[in-house]
Design a protein around this ligand. Structure first.
Ligand SMILES: Cc1cc2nc3c(=O)[nH]c(=O)nc-3n(C[C@H](O)[C@H](O)[C@H](O)COP(=O)(O)OP(=O)(O)OC[C@H]3O[C@@H](n4cnc5c(N)ncnc54)[C@H](O)[C@@H]3O)c2cc1C
Length: 429
């Protein structure tokens, strides 16, 4: 019963992802009048999806260019399993070839270094400029600096591995070198941060790995937040039962300082020493948002881009025509890859309507799901459907709200593999 309910709730966007696409495609390819030039910045979960769907739904009249410095995107989703050797980074790597060949998206492998909202153009790292009618920014996240002391060599060992890549490999090697007498410290920044269940998931898979391959070890979670922020029942059970004796969860542990020479973290909840420190710094929107100097970072804390969730256009009126999607935006939805994919579709549809003189959907629906490996054979999940609330002009959880699975099991793990395959196919192919 529980599984059926879950599949129903996520059916619109994961297991039945093609249904979701084709129902829109039928309506939107009819708007053949959509014409214009759209620049998309950032080829991650949000940017790649919006570039694809602008062409898929909007047709050949929309000239879409994706600007992304890297030829390959490495998925953060499943990267915790690289730390334990169950996945490789190459298995999590995706490229933009289908986006070009099948959908006709132009791809420029550069960074955007500046935005001119009045002149409607962006500047690229190769010195050229690209004009736009609509600009979509999806540069993900960047980090605030950590209060860290020590030699440069020791400081370099303390990584976040919160953007999959070389830091993931560094952390993997450090975990591999641990013995059963060693301690793994993971720090969690204050919300909002990318992937609310992600740090708890990482603690679980590392604990499972240490138990299976080293015969034991310790994992201490230093959470700056007052409580577990995602799947509280499942993670409490994992910490207190499944990984009992290995995981210790400490709340209200904000980092005061880190000494990389003594491998010590001083927090508001005490001082802790570990063999490996996985320090995840405080988050902010991608640097392009916070340093562009044009008023994009207009959330109340000045770290994120506030948007109108009907179109994801900036709420800064001076930035008409600039949309921000994915982790960089400030909304009531979580910062996650699945919801980034959903936001991108709402944004694509809105831009197609704008470019064809149509009407923007006034009741958008998005969906978020996260699967969490708890051990190497079991997983749990959480999911929510968000609907637009005209009174607050925000996306609010519909129905049962944010729902978590009743425990972790192997059936969820099978669904997790299907979910990932479908989500990445919907984004990159
Ligand atoms: C360990 C971990 C596990 C996770 N697990 C899940 C999960 O199970 N489910 C889930 O839904 N989410 C998960 N996430 C979260 C998910 O990865 C992010 O929320 C998602 O990638 C956000 O998409 P995005 O497009 O906003 O950013 P990204 O995917 O990070 O893409 C941003 C892109 O912008 C590019 N860029 C940045 N600046 C510029 C610039 N100036 N010019 C051009 N390009 C630029 C970057 O190169 C990058 O390719 C996880 C994250 C982590 C760290």
């Amino acid at each position: 019963m529980e599984r059926r309910k879950f599949l129903q709730s996520i059916g619109a966007s994961v297991m039945g992802i093609s249904l979701f696409n084709s129902s829109f495609a039928g309506n939107l390819t009819a708007s053949a009048a959509a014409t214009g030039r759209v620049i998309v910045v950032g080829g991650g979960m949000a940017g790649t999806t919006v570039a694809k769907y602008l062409r898929f739904w909007g047709g050949a009249g929309i000239d879409v260019t994706l600007v992304e410095p890297n030829a390959t995107y490495i998925s953060n989703i499943f990267s915790n399993m690289v730390l334990t050797g169950e996945r490789t980074l190459s298995q999590l790597s995706f490229n933009y070839l289908t986006l070009k060949s099948k959908y006709g998206v132009k791809v420029q492998n550069y960074s955007v270094t500046g935005i001119d909202p009045a002149g409607k153009k962006v500047k690229l790292s190769n010195g050229t400029s690209l004009p736009y009618d609509r600009l979509v920014l999806a540069p993900g996240i960047d980090f605030e600096s950590l209060p860290m002391s020590g030699t440069a060599a020791n400081k370099a060992k303390i990584v976040h591995a919160w953007k999959a890549g070389t830091q993931t490999t560094s952390l993997q090697n450090q975990i591999k070198a641990m013995t059963k007498s060693d301690t793994f410290l993971i720090t969690i920044p204050p919300a909002p941060y990318r992937c609310p269940p992600g740090p708890y998931e990482r603690a679980c898979v590392v604990a499972d790995y240490l138990k299976r391959t080293k015969g034991g070890g310790k994992v201490i979670i230093l959470d700056a937040n007052p409580k577990i922020l995602a799947e509280p029942v499942n993670f409490s059970n994992a910490f207190n039962n499944t990984h009992k004796g290995i995981i210790t969860y400490v709340s209200n542990a904000q980092i005061n300082s880190i000494n990389a020479d003594t491998m010590t973290v001083v927090t508001t909840a005490g001082t802790f020493t570990g063999k490996v420190i996985n320090a995840i710094p405080n988050h902010k929107a991608g640097n392009l948002i916070t340093t562009s100097g044009i008023g994009l970072a207009n959330s109340t804390d000045g770290k994120w881009a506030a948007v109108d969730v009907l179109s994801y256009e900036s709420t800064n009126r001076a930035l008409a025509g600039i949309h921000i999607i994915g982790d960089s935006s400030s909304t009531t939805q979580p910062k996650a890859g699945h919801i980034a994919n959903a936001e991108a579709k709402v944004c694509a549809e809105a831009i197609i309507q704008i470019l064809s003189g149509g009407t923007i959907d006034q009741m958008p629906v998005t969906n978020s799901s996260c699967f969490t490996p708890i051990t190497n054979t079991t997983a749990s999940w959480l999911t929510a459907i968000y609907r637009y609330d005209p009174a607050t002009k925000t996306m609010v959880p519909a129905g049962d709200g944010v729902v978590e699975s009743k425990g972790a099991n192997s059936e969820n793990q099978e669904d997790m593999l299907k979910w990932f395959k479908n989500l990445m196919a919907d984004t990159f192919s």
